[in-house]
Design a protein around this ligand. Structure first.
Ligand SMILES: [Zn+2]
Length: 163
């Protein structure tokens, strides 16, 4: 029997308009109290496993219109290029390498407090509503991107940014 990941925090939810608790529902790794996403270093040696599981979560959730919760995730290089027609929460997530979202359509996505250590590619993305409050970017590319509502309050850009 495996244990649940012990990660929990709270995040601002756009359905309830409230800060609500986030409790991870992934199983903990056998070597850790955290799951593959919340363990601080698992991403270093297992980027493929993380990408596989993330893709699975996206694909399973889409037909069910489920909210995609990736709060506090530690992510290697990731690439998401399909349309995600539901609420997505990457609050406080750490993107250690490239975050590649070229051509994606997001209905509602929150990157509040997220940290992009590598380059962030949001080229030709359509956002109906995007929250980047307190996010920290290195290099970022938002060329060709269409924003509906957006919030970049207290967001930091440490490298080159193209809009
Ligand atoms: Zn977890």
């Amino acid at each position: 029997m495996s244990n649940r990941c012990i990660f929990s925090t709270s995040y601002y939810n756009y359905t309830t308009w409230l800060k609500i608790p986030y409790v991870c529902d992934e199983d903990a790794l056998s070597s850790s109290s955290y799951c593959l996403f919340h363990d601080q270093s698992y991403w270093k040696d297992n980027p493929d496993r993380i990408n596989e599981r993330l893709t699975q979560k996206i694909e399973v959730g889409i037909p069910n219109n489920e909210v995609l919760l990736c709060v506090g995730y530690n992510l290697p290089s990731i690439k998401i290029t399909k349309m995600i027609n539901k609420e997505v929460y990457f609050n406080f997530a750490k993107f250690y390498d490239q975050a590649y979202f070229k051509g994606t359509t997001f209905d509602l996505v929150s990157f509040e407090g997220a940290r992009f250590e590598g380059s962030a590619v949001f080229q030709d993305v359509t956002f109906r509503k995007a929250d980047f409050k307190h996010a920290i970017f290195n290099e970022a590319n938002f060329q060709g991107t269409v924003f509906g509502e957006r919030d970049f309050a207290e967001c930091q850009f440490l490298g080159n940014v193209l809009f």
